[in-house]
Design a binder for this molecule. Structure first.
Ligand code: ARG
Length: 461
């Protein structure tokens, strides 16, 4: 006789290779806590609704707690022939407490059970991811505060464009992460719906109380359509989509840090403890961590694409295809959490080479817009001011000098409107602080961003 919990209608036992192919125990075992938590709530409900006796429910709950302790302690043997976490635990329970264990699965199918476990798991993981997002945001704010006043070139087309505060640049990532945090709130809300009670697909003939289970497990809502309850994987897609966008952001910051670490930029240096060397070139100090995060982004996008493809055109209700929802999800969770955690450290340990950033601003023309704006403020139309400033830049390039090296007389040969105040107008501090429009790069605006960020952090921590 087969050991299978569904063995009744079969004459042969399952082929060994097929067993292995269809088993999910090697990956869904990480939901054991949720499986037991869900089963305890289900058993309580069954007793409350007098579907099983209070005595049986007590035995079941005690047995499940014992199994939980065994798994926690690493003293549980998972069996591939028992397919998945649900049947591994149910079989162990029946071995432990006898007949009562066989009553646990009343009014339940693995289809709504696995949906319940995964909802619980995603809900918990979303919160952990959000904690790590907050921690990274804190390290960005800390560095933005500490380096307030450091000026660097801001870029468009990767060409020096206008001077900005380094803190302004960091705070841009804070904002992206804030949206990520909010996107994960959406994934949480969609995971926070209780599917148990859907049975295999159509509900159950037993007088169950789904509201009780939802309250026990702190769900805010209950699926009102049993077919949807067992087939919905939107919350997983949303998690993966939120994770993918988060990884986009981390990959952009990674790329910038990698560039900044290069000899060509030389704007920052990562802590020795966060870098690795080369086995051949003795001088190398490589920014492997941001490189790896940049690389891992692709892997998370892959999981999103895989899941979209798995669910696409899948008929209702449960199909075994849906078992493919887990490995990608789990790997995305691990990847995102690890990446966030290492990134917070990278930012905290990153040395800012403010003199080099300053030199990059001084030895270039990123103040040319301010030259034009100066003339506009002296009542020259912007188009003309742009033309005059362009000519001045061209003149300087030909002579191998910068705007600040010109004399007032030289300025005047381009326009009568130039006065002695032109020199302060094009100095980087003036350029930065003049951009005092809401969201601009002035110290005042960046301080405002930082203080809003701190308020938001304390509201969400
Ligand atoms: N291991 C399965 C999964 O992860 C559980 C549900 C199986 N249901 C079934 N009818 N085969 O999706």
């Amino acid at each position: 006789m087969s050991e299978k919990l569904w063995g009744g209608r079969f004459e042969k036992s399952t082929d060994e290779m097929i067993n292995e192919f269809q088993a999910s125990i090697n990956f869904d075992r990480r939901m054991y806590r949720e499986d037991i938590q869900g089963s305890i709530a289900h058993a309580k409900m069954l007793a409350r609704c007098e579907i099983i006796s209070a005595d049986d429910a007590e035995k079941i709950i005690a047995g499940l707690k014992k199994i939980l302790a065994q798994i926690d302690a690493g003293n549980f043997e998972f069996k591939v022939e028992l397919e998945d976490i649900h049947m591994n635990i149910e079989k162990a329970l029946t071995d432990e407490i006898g007949e009562a264990g066989g009553r646990l699965h009343t009014a339940r199918s693995r289809n709504d059970q696995v949906a319940l476990d995964t909802h619980l798991y995603v809900r918990r993981q979303v919160r952990e991811v959000q904690e790590l997002i907050l921690a990274l945001q804190k390290s960005l704010v800390d560095s933005a505060k500490k380096n307030l006043g450091v000026i660097m070139p801001g870029y468009t087309h990767l060409q020096r464009a206008q001077p900005i505060l380094f803190s302004h640049h960091l705070m841009a990532y804070f904002e992206m992460l804030q949206r990520d945090f909010e996107r994960f709130c959406g994934a949480y809300d969609r995971a926070n719906i209780m599917p148990l009670g859907a049975g295999a697909l159509a509900g159950t003939t037993f007088p169950i109380d789904r509201k009780f289970v939802a309250d026990e497990l702190k769900f805010d809502a209950i699926y009102l359509n049993s077919l949807d309850a067992v087939s919905d994987r939107d919350y997983i897609l949303e998690f993966l989509a939120a994770a993918s966008i988060l990884m986009i952001h981390l990959s952009r910051l990674s790329e910038e840090i990698i560039l900044w670490c290069s000899r060509e930029f030389n704007f920052v240096e990562l802590d020795d403890a966060h870098c690795t060397g080369s086995s051949m070139m003795p001088q190398k100090k490589n920014p492997d961590v941001p490189e790896l995060v940049r690389g891992k982004a692709g892997r998370v996008f892959g999981h999103l694409t895989a899941m979209l493809t798995t669910v696409k055109a899948l008929p209702l209700a449960y199909n075994k295809d849906l078992q493919e929802d887990k490995e990608g999800l789990f790997d995305a969770i691990d990847t995102v959490k690890f990446s966030l955690a290492v990134f917070a450290q990278i930012i905290a340990g990153m040395k800012i080479k403010s003199e080099n950033m300053r030199r990059a601003v001084e030895e270039d023309f990123s103040n040319a817009t301010d030259l034009a704006d100066y003339l506009v403020k002296k009542n020259l139309p912007f188009r003309q001011a742009h033309e005059v400033s362009g000519k001045i830049v061209h003149h300087c390039i030909e002579r191998g000098i910068y705007l600040k090296d010109l004399t007032l007389d030289e300025f005047k040969t381009f326009s009568e409107k130039f006065d002695a105040d032109i020199f302060s107008a094009i100095n980087p501090e003036t350029c930065v602080n003049a951009r005092n429009s809401l969201g601009g790069t002035s110290i005042k605006q960046v301080e405002f961003q930082i203080s809003e960020a701190c308020d938001w952090l304390s509201m969400n921590s």
